[in-house]
Design a protein around this ligand. Structure first.
Ligand code: SME
Length: 180
């Protein structure tokens, strides 16, 4: 599994930022070890959601939405309270990440047009798309926080590296599941 480069300057590198960076490197190492066993796409998503969710105090909902048919996401393995089941690419932060194939970092969900309020306590979120090697969106990794402005560049950096690894290893399998 890949890692974010060690020497990146992260948002001025405050002590909090440095601690978060270290926590990501620890949890990603743990995930790498866990996923080194034979493991299918669902087992991988469940393991990632669990490990990330319990590693960070600012994570209050952590999970995957899978592309189940063109333009459509459905909830996958997650941790936290009840999540919405079905999201079109046209709706919400998850939809935007899938449609634009780009990370959505939302410091204030109230200010995001079309945000889907699965939980009224959510204040901020980050959603990272997971792509196959030829650029098809097979899922998004969605992390929601009850804290405003909870996510920053450190989160983006590590989650994008993780998402790229997941897409590379399980993208083809995820695609096959989608077209069945
Ligand atoms: N974050 C979402 C909806 C999914 S849940 O909050 C679990 C969105 O607006 O895309």
């Amino acid at each position: 599994m890949a890692r974010a480069p060690e020497n990146l300057s992260l948002g001025g590198s405050s002590p909090e930022e440095i601690a978060r960076d270290i926590a990501y490197r620890d949890v990603l190492t743990r995930i790498e070890t866990l996923l080194s066993e034979p493991c299918d796409w669902v087992a991988a998503m469940a393991t990632v959601a669990c490990e990330l969710h319990h590693a960070f105090d600012h994570y209050h909902w952590t999970g995957f939405y899978r592309t189940v048919r063109p333009g459509h996401l459905q909830v996958g393995p997650y941790q936290g309270g009840h999540g919405c089941l079905d999201i079109s690419f046209e709706r919400g932060v998850c939809g935007a990440a899938a449609r634009l194939k780009d990370t959505q970092l939302v410091p204030d969900v109230e200010a995001f047009p079309g945000h889907i309020a699965c939980s009224s306590s959510t204040r901020s979120e980050i959603v990272v798309p997971i792509l196959t090697s030829d650029g098809q969106v097979v899922a998004v990794l969605d992390v929601d926080s009850n804290d405003p402005d909870a996510f920053g560049e450190t989160d983006r950096l590590h989650l994008e590296v993780l998402a790229a690894d997941l897409g590379e290893r399980w993208g083809k399998e995820a695609l096959q599941a989608m077209t069945k």
